[in-house]
Design a protein around this ligand. Sequence first.
Ligand code: PEP
Ligand code: MG
Length: 324
Amino acid sequence: AQERYASIRDEAATDKTGVTVGLHMNAGLMADLPSLESSGAEGVGLFRTELQFLVRNKMPQRAELSALYRRVLDSADGKRVAFRTLDIGSDKVLPYMKPNDEPNPAMGWRAIRVGLDKPGVLRMQLQALVRAADGGPLTVMFPFITLRSEFREAKAALDKVLAREKKLGHALPSSVEVGAMLETPSLGFAPESFYEEVDFISVGGNDLKQFFYAADRENERVRRRYDTLNVSFLGFLEQVVNRCNAHGVPVSFCGEDAGRPVEALCFAAIGFRTLSMRPASIGPVKHLIRQVDLSEVKQVIDDARESGVQSVRRAVSDYLVDQA
Ligand code: PEP
Ligand code: MG
């Protein structure tokens, strides 16, 4: 099987009718970067910057971070890297930060909430990213955006950093793309203008699913209880894709489910044109997409929904068995 995937490594994930889905990889450590080449990923759709903070025993300095991000960009060799700003709190607690005793850390003071309330660290990280871009393109995404105002505030912080860097005589990035991670249902219902202001949206399916179903992603008793391919969740995702399409906003899915072939196929069928996943999943997902007609898969999904099932998984699996 590995060889089969190797043979399509440099091919696109194009279905039988010519629809192409961009497959990107998730990363977080320097050690992940060689997979960019070996997996055939088009870029890094999610770079989890908190991992660099978590492996240290003290807060990293700006120069150190900047050098590190520069190395990431160098090894990406022109491929796009979407840097997600610090997502701490919840399950990721920095050893050198005062722990917060929160009854529900996943729904607590985490990610962009920390970044906006304590802007020093966010500013330092944004500066490090701007310097690392060194006059080249820069892609930044903010985690756990729940309201339009949070996105505006985070983007304003970036704009301020850019203005300051300019004043200091540093080269500004040739282009700056600023995205939001959609990880709470609320953002899916944000006012229209949010979709006009954002450069791209990346659906963080791990958190989104946890909050959509109110089922803790860390809790073994409930984490597999609700199907990703349940019509409710799929319907919500489809609405998000449609809203993004209506505004010409690129939308990707970067949760773990993007690396599961049947799930990935369904996401592509409802309109996602970019998926980001573990590098090892790229081959299997690409292989499957290349075998099918995505509009047929969409029809299977629609027919299943029409028939009143709770999940489309069975229908899609049966369709795939028939295809084989
Ligand atoms: C997600 O929530 O789906 C996501 C990609 O971010 P993380 O898994 O790091 O929370
Ligand atoms: Mg998340």
